[in-house]
Every structure is written in C-alpha cells, then in structure tokens.
Design a binder for this molecule. Structure first.
Ligand SMILES: *[C@@H]1O[C@H](CO)[C@@H](O)[C@H](O)[C@H]1NC(C)=O
Ligand SMILES: *[C@@H]1O[C@H](CO)[C@@H](O)[C@H](O)[C@H]1NC(C)=O
Ligand SMILES: *[C@@H]1O[C@H](CO)[C@@H](O)[C@H](O)[C@H]1NC(C)=O
Ligand SMILES: *[C@@H]1O[C@H](CO)[C@@H](O)[C@H](O)[C@H]1NC(C)=O
Ligand SMILES: *[C@@H]1O[C@H](CO)[C@@H](O)[C@H](O)[C@H]1NC(C)=O
Ligand SMILES: *[C@@H]1O[C@H](CO)[C@@H](O)[C@H](O)[C@H]1NC(C)=O
Ligand SMILES: *[C@@H]1O[C@H](CO)[C@@H](O)[C@H](O)[C@H]1NC(C)=O
Length: 393
C-alpha cells in the first residue's frame, strides 16, 4: 500500500514537471537459463545517456523521423524469444526462400529465390561492403532491408533476431539456436573429415581454427531441405562441387553445410565482447579489435562468430549470407557497435572508420533500398532519413 502510494505520488510529480518515466528494456526474465552478461548490463547502464542524447536530438522533431526508444522496434536475442515467435520467424525465412527473385537471372543464373537476391548482392559487393568505412553501416542497412523483406513480403510480424554469441560460447551445438529442433535455426552438419579453417590474417603461416566435428550437410531442423545455389566463391571447405561459372554466379544446387564449432565459439565468450566495447576508444580501434589479429590466434569476435557457423556457405566470405544464421551474427555485430556508440553518443554516433567522411555510397541494388550515404546510417534511431527505428533488447 505504502509503496503503491509513493509510486502514485512520484508519477504525479513526474507528470507535473512534464518528465516521462525513464525508458526500460523490459527484457524477458522468467528464469530462462541465460543470466544477463556484462555486455547486457552495460547496455542497460548506458541507455539513460543515450536517451538524454536522443531527447536533445529529437527536440528538432524531424531529426529522428519521430522515432523514440519507446516506439523503436525491439530486436530480441533468439533465446529470449518464445517458441511461437521463433517458429513465426522460421516460417518467414522459408517463405522468402520460396519467393521468386528480382535480380536479373540471365546475368546471375544461380539466383533462384528472393533469398538469393540478398546472397548475390553480398557476393557481388563483398569487397566493397567490407572495406572501411563500409563494414558497419552497410551491414546495418543490409540487415534492415532483410528484416523489411521478411515483414513486407512474407507477413512476418516480429523483428530480426540477433545471436548473443556469449550465450553459446561453451557448447554451441547444444543451445536452442543450433540444436536441430524444428524451432532452432538448424543443427550441426554431418561429420566431414577436413583439416579446419585457416584464420587468414596478413601474415603467414595462418593460425588454424580446428574442425568442430561437423562440416557436412545439415540433416535436422527447418533448413534440412534448403538448397544452396550460388557459389562457392571463397569457401574453406575442400570438397564442394565447383560452380559451373568461374565467377560463382551459376546454379550449383547443394545442401546447407555447417560446422558448429566450439573452438571458434570459445573466442566469442562475453569477456571478449565486453573488452572490445569498453577497451577501444576510437572507431578505428573498435573495428580493428573486432576483426582480430588472426595470424596470432586472436580471431576477433567477427570471424569467430562466422566460424562458429562455418561450413558452406557460412564459411565463405562472399556467400556467407546464404546461411540463414548470417543475419543473427551481423545483428550482434550491429548491436555491439550501437553499445560502443552509446558510451559517448555525442562523439561516437557520427564517426565511421577512416574519418573524415568520404561520402561513400551503399547501393543494395535489387534488394530495393535505394542508395544510401554511409554517414546517414550512423544511428539506428533516426538514421537513413528517419527510416531506421530499432534497438536491441
Ligand atoms: C531540423 O532537422 C532538419 C533535418 O535534419 C534540418 O533540415 C533543420 O534545419 C533542423 N531544424 C533546426 C531548427 O535545427
Ligand atoms: C539482364 O542481363 C542480361 C545479360 O547481361 C542483359 O542482356 C539484359 O538486358 C538484362 N535484363 C534486364 C531486364 O536488365
Ligand atoms: C528442443 O530442444 C530442447 C532442448 O534444448 C528439448 O528439451 C525439447 O524437447 C526440444 N523440442 C523439440 C520439439 O524437439
Ligand atoms: C581424415 O583424413 C585423414 C587424411 O586423409 C586420415 O588420415 C584420417 O584417418 C581421416 N580421419 C577420419 C576420422 O576419417
Ligand atoms: C523436406 O522435404 C520433404 C519432402 O518434400 C518433406 O516431406 C519434409 O517435410 C521437408 N522437411 C522440412 C523440414 O522442410
Ligand atoms: C576471456 O576469458 C578466457 C578464459 O576465461 C581467457 O582465456 C581470455 O583471455 C579472456 N579474453 C579476454 C579478451 O579477456
Ligand atoms: C549521421 O549522419 C548524418 C548524415 O550524414 C549527419 O548529418 C549526422 O551528423 C550524423 N549523425 C551524427 C550523430 O553525427
């Protein structure tokens, strides 16, 4: 009674001075076996600072297209979603994998579905998309466009999930994202005898990521019938059928392969992510540490996350979006960029690696987003001319 009374008094005071209650994430908290990690706690701690920054920015109503923390889409971690939410997401992915493509299939005969439109865009632009300063903003737009397609073309009512690597860093293949259930994103691949992945850095000899016990076709879960068509282009698997075209854009139907890899996953534990976010002061350092020093056995969370999925096309630099987990992985990359930004929003929202601005343009072509200036993709609330309006919870 007493507490309720004081809440009432307090809220009338807040209303009286025109303040609104501070934003709260309302994360799922029903005993699910993943306690909040240090990165989650840091995100919560930084939100008030970001909210203050947004309030200032939103004083000019047109600067965030009306988007606020309250109205923003909330992208959830896969394991925080309910089983029906996961199933709805999976249905949307299977749907987009069954829709006709928009790309020019004379030019790209390997493009068989709308999903392949996304894969071929990454393949044709891989070098460009990964150059500094493109990696973060271009992938932010790319994921957003995929989420939009799932919603608008396949009736999905949720948002793109992300994958908090730290939750799966010990036994990835046993976690609900990878365990092969019909409500997972598919399981481990069959055993394939290969020698592991050269973690490519600038210096030789390469450090090797040992094989994780899979590497063959994924035989369980919703994507067991998935047909991979484009590529391989930059694959690390030794025994893949060659694409009929030298550029990899021909039709090369084959199964989805994975090597859900605990050695790679070990370098995605939360202490790596937390150290990356808190230990880097400039955006150049942040990107550099994220990409690791692979030749020294420091794979970086970006590469380590990719090779926790591995296989084909997941382990192919050019074709990796062909594995439906790509979007979860780059969602986490996008999330930790955002958390890095929130530590000092006034100074970190507007910076990209390789400052000063070069007015680089991202053009995702037939994916249908139009052209974007990388510097306009800086803020997930109000970026892209006010069209971005999401956060990670
Ligand atoms: C508000 O933002 C818009 C778009 O960024 C800009 O054109 C305009 O000059 C701003 N107005 C003020 C008063 O700052
Ligand atoms: C598709 O690509 C082919 C081969 O490059 C080209 O001749 C054709 O004009 C393109 N079609 C469209 C609609 O752009
Ligand atoms: C999914 O996997 C969990 C273990 O993570 C298991 O308890 C559950 O029974 C599985 N559900 C189905 C439908 O296979
Ligand atoms: C894997 O291949 C290597 C080299 O061909 C061979 O020596 C080894 O016995 C194979 N291992 C298994 C488990 O098949
Ligand atoms: C795979 O294809 C077979 C044959 O078309 C079908 O019976 C089965 O339900 C499909 N499985 C999945 C997970 O889509
Ligand atoms: C993270 O923790 C592991 C084991 O606890 C340790 O080996 C590793 O060096 C730590 N990584 C960082 C970046 O601190
Ligand atoms: C984000 O990009 C826009 C457009 O280039 C730029 O005007 C703005 O200053 C950047 N945002 C921040 C917070 O720096």
């Amino acid at each position: 009674m007493v507490a309720a009374h004081w809440t009432l008094v307090l809220s009338s005071v807040l209303v009286a001075v025109g303040a609104k209650a501070p934003f709260s994430l309302n994360r799922r908290n029903d005993g699910w076996p993943y306690p909040l990690d240090n990165t989650d706690l840091l995100e919560e701690k930084l939100l008030p600072k970001y909210e203050a920054y947004l309030n200032k920015k939103n004083a000019n109503a047109s600067s965030s297209g009306g988007c606020t923390l309250e109205t923003a889409a909330k992208r959830q971690e896969w394991h925080d979603m309910t089983i029906p939410q996961r199933e709805e997401y999976i249905r949307a992915v299977l749907c987009i994998q069954s829709k006709p493509p928009k790309a020019n299939t004379t030019m790209y005969p390997g493009v068989k579905t709308r999903y392949d439109d996304f894969v071929v865009t990454h393949e044709t632009q891989a070098m460009h998309l990964h150059s500094t300063p493109h990696l973060f903003p271009a992938h932010r737009l790319y994921i957003w466009a995929y989420e939009k397609a799932l919603r608008e073309e396949c009736g999905y009512t949720g948002w793109q999930p992300y994958w908090n690597w730290g939750r799966t860093s010990v036994e990835p293949a046993k976690q609900p994202i990878f365990n092969g259930n019909m409500s997972s994103m598919g399981g481990q691949g069959l055993f394939s005898n290969y020698s592991g992945v050269p973690a490519m850095g600038t210096a030789k000899p390469y450090d090797m990521i040992p094989p994780g016990g899979g590497g063959g076709c994924v035989m369980e879960g919703p994507f067991k019938n998935m047909t991979v068509s484009l590529g391989p282009i930059g694959s690390v698997m030794p025994d893949l059928p060659k694409n009929p075209r030298a550029d990899g854009f021909g039709a090369n139907p084959r199964c989805l392969r994975r090597d859900v890899n605990k050695y790679a996953a070990a370098q995605t534990a939360d202490n790596y992510t937390y150290a990356l976010i808190t230990g880097t002061k400039t955006i150049d350092q942040f990107q550099k540490v994220m990409l690791g020093t692979p030749e020294k056995g420091d794979w970086g969370v970006h590469m380590a996350g990719h090779y926790t999925i591995g296989g084909d096309p997941g382990g192919d630099f050019f074709s990796s979006p062909g594995d439906p987990l790509f979007w979860f992985h780059h969602g986490m990359v996008d999330r930790i960029w955002w958390i890095w930004q929130m530590q000092d929003p006034e100074n970190r929202m507007g910076v990209l690696p390789d400052n000063p601005p070069k007015n680089d343009i991202v053009d995702l072509n037939w994916i249908g987003t139009g052209k974007a200036n990388t510097y306009d993709l800086n803020d997930s609330i109000g970026g892209y001319g006010g069209e971005f309006c999401y956060i990670y919870v």
